[in-house]
Design a protein around this ligand. Structure first.
Ligand SMILES: [Zn+2]
Length: 377
C-alpha cells in the first residue's frame, strides 16, 4: 500500500511525464530533500526510475519517470464474446493477451478469469510477482467503490458484487467499472487526456457511452449514472428505446440505430462505411440518415459542452471513417448549437479504437487505484 505522499508524486508524474527532482518538489509544494526521500522509497520499490539526464543551464538534472515494469495489471472486457483478458504494464502497454468465453453468470465469469490467469502469466514469474490488481469493464452502472454492478441491462444484472466474487476465486484485488468510464480513465492515465483536467469521452459504437473527468477526477454523479447521454431524449416522441423511453440519442445516432434506419430505408448497407459511400454517391436516403444521426449526436455533444465546458471532447469510434459526412454533420451541429462564444472553443477530437480498448480500459482502472487510490467524488 502506497502512502498519500507517494501517490501524490506518482499522480504528478502520471499527468506530466518525466520530471526532474527540482520540478517535482515545486509541483508538490515540498522541499527538495523531502521530495527526494519519497522518490528514493519509490525507486527502491521499483515503481519509479531515473531516465534521461537533461543538460541545460546550471547542473544537469536527471528525470524521474514511472518504471513500466514497476507493477502489472490485468484487464477484462465483458462487452465482447469471447472476452479479451489482457496484461498491462505501468505505462498501459498490453504485454500479453488471451480470450475467455463470456457468460452472464458472475461465478462462471470469475471461474473463467481464474482459469485464464495462469495462461496469461505463463513464463513470466517476474510479472506474476508484481501483479497488483485486476479490472473489469462492463456495460452498466457501477457503484463508487468500483465493486458492485448496480444494474446492467446487457448482462441482466441487479446489485451483483462482482469484484468480491472475482477476488474470492482469484485471490487478486479487483475493481469493476462502466465501459465508457474505464475508457476515460485510460485516456487520462495513458492517453490523449493525460494533462487535461476537464474532458469528456463519447464512445460511438453499437451503443453510445459517455464519461467525464472534472478537476482531474472521474465524475460519476450520485448513482453512477453521470454522463449517460445515450438515454437523453433527443427526438421527443421519437422511436421507442430499450430503456422504456422514446427518442433517446441511442435510438437515432448509435451504429445500431444507423443500421436499422438503413434497413428501414431499403438500403443494403451493413456498415457505416458503406452508408458513407452511398451518401457520397448521392443516395438521398443515405444522406438523410447520416444527417439525422450526426445532427442528433452533435446536438447532444453541444449540450454536454454547454453543461460542463470541458477542455476537450474525445469521440472514440470503431469505424474507420468518422471524417465522412457523419463527422462533418456532427461538428456542424455542435457549432450550431453551442452558445456563440463557445463555438470553436472546445477541441473535439476523434480517435479510432480497436477491440482491446475495453480490456485495456479495465486494466487502467486497476492501475488508477494503484497509482492514485480510490476516486470518490
Ligand atoms: Zn433510452
Amino acid at each position: 500500500m502506497l502512502t498519500s505522499s507517494q501517490r501524490q508524486l506518482l499522480r504528478v508524474i502520471s499527468e506530466s511525464g518525466p520530471l526532474s527532482r527540482t520540478v517535482l518538489a515545486a509541483a508538490m509544494g515540498l522541499s527538495k530533500a523531502t521530495m527526494s526521500g519519497i522518490a528514493r522509497d519509490l525507486i527502491a520499490l521499483g515503481i519509479l526510475h531515473e531516465t534521461e539526464t537533461v543538460y541545460g543551464q546550471g547542473r544537469p538534472s536527471i528525470l524521474l519517470d514511472l518504471h513500466p515494469e514497476g507493477a502489472f495489471f490485468v484487464g477484462i472486457s465483458l462487452l465482447q464474446d469471447p472476452g479479451p483478458i489482457v496484461l498491462c504494464d505501468l505505462n498501459g502497454k498490453i504485454i500479453a493477451r488471451k480470450n475467455m468465453p463470456l457468460s452472464r453468470d458472475p461465478e462462471v465469469i470469475a471461474g473463467g478469469i481464474a482459469e485464464a490467469l495462469p495462461r496469461l502469466l505463463a513464463g513470466r514469474p517476474d510479472v506474476a510477482e508484481k501483479l497488483s490488481s485486476l479490472g473489469v469493464a462492463l456495460s452498466g452502472f457501477v457503484d463508487e467503490k468500483q465493486a458492485n454492478c448496480v444494474q446492467s441491462t446487457l448482462l441482466g444484472w441487479q446489485d451483483v458484487p462482482l469484484a468480491k466474487i472475482i477476488r474470492q476465486k482469484t485471490g487478486i484485488e479487483t475493481f469493476i467499472e462502466n465501459d465508457a468510464k474505464a475508457l476515460a480513465v485510460s485516456e487520462k492515465l495513458f492517453g490523449i487526456a493525460r494533462d487535461i483536467q476537464n474532458f469528456s469521452v463519447v464512445s460511438f459504437g453499437e451503443g453510445i457511452g459517455c464519461a467525464h473527468f472534472i478537476r482531474g477526477k472521474l465524475y460519476r454523479g450520485n448513482h453512477g449514472g453521470a454522463g449517460e447521454i445515450a438515454h437523453c431524449t433527443i427526438e421527443p416522441d421519437g422511436p421507442p428505446c430499450r430503456c422504456g423511453k422514446r427518442g433517446c440519442l441511442d435510438t437515432v445516432a448509435s451504429i445500431k440505430a444507423i443500421k436499422e434506419m438503413s434497413k428501414a430505408g431499403s438500403l443494403s448497407c451493413t456498415s457505416l462505411a458503406e452508408l458513407e459511400q452511398e451518401a457520397s454517391a448521392g443516395n438521398v436516403v443515405a444522406v438523410r440518415i447520416l444527417h439525422r444521426a450526426g445532427g442528433a449526436l452533435g446536438l447532444a455533444i453541444a449540450h454536454l459542452i454547454q453543461f460542463n465546458d470541458p477542455g476537450m471532447v474525445l469521440i472514440t469510434h470503431v469505424e474507420g471513417n468518422f471524417h465522412g459526412l457523419l463527422g462533418t454533420v456532427v461538428r456542424e451541429a455542435i457549432e450550431a448549437n453551442v452558445l456563440p462564444r463557445y463555438a470553436g472553443q472546445t477541441p473535439v477530437r476523434t480517435q479510432r479504437i480497436d477491440g482491446d480498448i475495453w480490456a485495456r480500459g479495465a486494466a487502467s482502472i486497476a492501475a488508477h487505484n494503484f497509482l492514485i487510490g480510490p476516486n470518490p467524488n
